[in-house]
Design a binder for this molecule. Sequence first.
Ligand code: NAP
Length: 279
Amino acid sequence: MITGATQVCGVIGDPIRHSLSPVIHNAAFAAMGFDWVSLAFTVPAADAEIAVAGLRAMDIRGVSVTLPHKALVVPALDQMAPSAHALGVANCISNNAGVLTGHNTDGVGFINSLEADFDSPIAGRRFVIAGAGGAARSIVHALGAAGAKDIAIANRTPGRAHDVAVLGGKAARVLDGDALVGALTAADVVVNTTSVGMGDDAAMPFDPSPMGPSQVLVDIIYDPAETPLMAAASAQGVRTANGVSMLVHQAAEQLRIWTGHTPDLKAMMTAAADALAGG
Ligand code: NAP
């Protein structure tokens, strides 16, 4: 039951009504017996800074931040945690007694999902990253910090790939078209961070035929549950995962930041899968 003592958190963005964050957060609160609630707030881009000031005024304990607000909220924050500082954007804000801190939990969410789902350590491993947008930036930064041996980045627009490679440190490099096949063959883990294959899109961002059963493919798209790229890789024996686990693990990190407690991942995963299945 929501009472006067219930703590409030949520998600801000525009559009926001499709967001899975409240579903995932509230499933965790229910499983943990926490008197918290998570809500979706539609915030026009022009009002991003006013909305952030409102978190302090109304003692809202934290929010997830989606596009286009991840960069827009930064000037209104008091401080940035290291990953958000490195990336220059925040996908999460915590309000600790009026001190507003920006965080970025996508990278750690990706790494935690990979370790949980495939028992796959990061240090010493070879990665191929397709794409160079916001998600790729978080993932490449996190992989570099976690000691990946090789982070090979391929993107339709090469200039953006070069910008992303800077975030990955000395393990990161940019692939030109001809080098992709060799990198796909040698990689331990291949990650699609492009939006190719989302929804009804039947296209693949690259041909996964050089890959085989000793390799992992993660497509961070979560709708559909199996993208055309995942289906093609799976047919060759590649172990695959979609983006639901990353989504849940990055949300879990946000709840850890806000509440100081480790949330119930299983309840969150079930809620996300049910919501995506339309249940
Ligand atoms: P973004 O910043 O807009 O980047 C999009 C990327 O896709 C760019 O690299 C872009 O290449 C590439 N791309 C788009 N259309 C393409 C096409 N037709 N052919 C080749 N490349 C194309 O988006 P984002 O925020 O990084 O998100 C990317 C995907 O990740 C989305 O599907 C999103 O839903 C998903 N995502 C999942 C999670 C999760 O938790 N599972 C978290 C964040 C994002 P150019 O640079 O050449 O334009």
